[in-house]
Ligand binder design. Structure first.
Ligand SMILES: Cc1ncc(COP(=O)(O)O)c(C=O)c1O
Length: 414
């Protein structure tokens, strides 16, 4: 089976963020099943899902409550349009999300990129309704990553991913730190976008403590857009990263972990003030003209409700604190391994940096390939190996991840 599937994969597929010439020269890992923190491929080989299936999974694969909620919802209906109609799980989820974040209005979309796209468009239109149409520029940070749709690419600042598409993008002002942000702020600025506490795709780079609070203070006359796509739903140790610095953004984008990693769903949360600016007579056309076919999808919303229920029923955030400590001690040991120049952490995100190696050397890729052979799956960001497991991971499984990393480093670097 592996061979015919691999052949068909090589013949018909085009994978994301993947050099397909290299891909077709290698045997793919084809996942067939998962349980808890473990994935199993079609040959029966098991792997620990050490990056939570690209930062989405929280409580493990096939969690009985999430699985059951999706099945129950499927027995009622999978999807009906959200344009001109509403539905039960979408309403219930909106209430839960708004109470959790303190942002009362929930606009659904499908993934992190679209949640940011919505935030950008809402921001621009908001200022038009507020009779300040000159506020149309955005500030984002150096090396930011907010997704792959054109608006998200515009605010993104990772050369390797974004420069090709530059002719399609709008101009964005770029700050590297608070001092630069201060200089860029003016009455032309519509909004400031930030990945709170940690920049994910930049290589798990931590902002200095207090940075987010300082950004909030500076953005009193413009809108602050917090991209919690990676950090949301407990990843940093609190439900949302903004809570660490007591920050309430004007808009917040959430996706990835919202369904516990089961289905594509996202939301852009907004203040009542922003929402109110869009109210008017039909003929004023203050409507937010944006939406997707699957906006408010019932299956996704049911999964998200079950995900939030698991947080409550299983005391997930409290239990996670001890695991954050476990991760910390293992990262500390990593600093002594060959080639390691840094091992950093934000909540239940670990990042081990090796090098410096040139991009062409693909050192991160090589290390992850060896780890995969040893039964641990993760995806590097350049020279950074990301260890970001589901919250249900056991101490033994965490040991296995770090043993695989250590052995791989020893094999490749010494
Ligand atoms: C901070 C952040 N924003 C947005 C996105 C884009 O999310 P998606 O891949 O679901 O479109 C990502 C994805 O990694 C992310 O880390």
């Amino acid at each position: 089976m592996q061979h015919s599937l691999a052949d068909a994969d090589h013949r018909y597929l085009w994978h994301p963020f993947t050099q397909m010439k290299q891909w077709v020269a290698e045997e793919p890992v084809i996942i067939e099943a998962g349980q808890g923190a473990v994935l199993r491929d079609v040959t029966g080989k098991e792997y620990i899902d050490a990056n939570s299936s690209i930062w989405t999974n929280l409580h493990g694969h096939r969690h009985p409550k999430i699985t059951q909620a999706i099945k129950d919802q499927l027995d009622r209906i999978a999807h009906s349009s959200f344009l001109g109609l509403s539905n039960v799980p979408a309403i219930e989820l909106a209430e839960r999300l708004s109470k959790l974040t303190g942002l009362p209005r929930v606009f659904y979309s499908d993934d992190g990129s679209t949640a940011m796209e919505v935030a950008i468009k809402m921001t621009l239109q908001y200022w038009q309704h507020r009779n300040q149409p000159h506020r149309k520029k955005f500030i984002a940070f150096t090396d930011a990553y907010h997704g792959d749709t054109i608006g998200a690419v515009s605010i993104g600042g990772i050369q390797l991913f974004h420069q090709t598409f530059q002719p399609l993008t709008f101009e964005v002002l770029r700050a590297g730190n608070i001092a630069e942000l201060k200089k860029l702020l003016s009455d032309e600025i519509a909004g400031v976008c930030i990945e709170p506490l940690i920049q994910g795709a930049a290589g798990m780079r931590l902002w200095p403590s207090g940075m987010l609070r300082a950004v909030r203070q500076l953005c009193s006359h413009t809108l602050l857009i917090a991209d919690e796509v990676m950090t949301g739903f407990g990843r940093t140790g609190k439900m949302f990263a903004c809570e660490h610095e007591g920050v309430k953004p004007d808009l917040m984008a959430v996706a990835k972990g919202i369904t516990g990693g089961y289905l594509p769903l996202a939301a852009t949360l907004a203040t009542e003030e922003i929402f109110n600016a869009f109210l008017g007579e039909y003929t004023e056309f203050k409507t937010f003209f944006h939406g997707h076919s699957y906006t408010g999808n019932q299956l996704g919303c049911a999964a998200a409700l079950a995900n939030l229920q698991v947080f409550e029923d299983e005391n997930v955030l409290k239990k996670l604190q001890a695991k954050i400590g476990d991760l910390q001690s293992r990262l500390a040991m990593c600093r002594r391994l060959p080639g390691v120049v840094d091992a950093r952490q934000c909540g239940f995100i670990g990042a081990i940096e090796v090098g410096p190696y040139r991009v062409e050397e693909q050192m991160g890729v090589k290390i992850c390939r060896l780890m995969s052979e040893r039964g641990v799956l993760t995806r590097p960001i350049g020279n950074v190996i990301v260890i970001m497991p589901p919250y249900c991971i056991t101490g033994e499984q965490l040991d296995k991840i770090f043993d695989a990393l250590a052995q791989s480093l020893v094999t490749i670097i010494t």
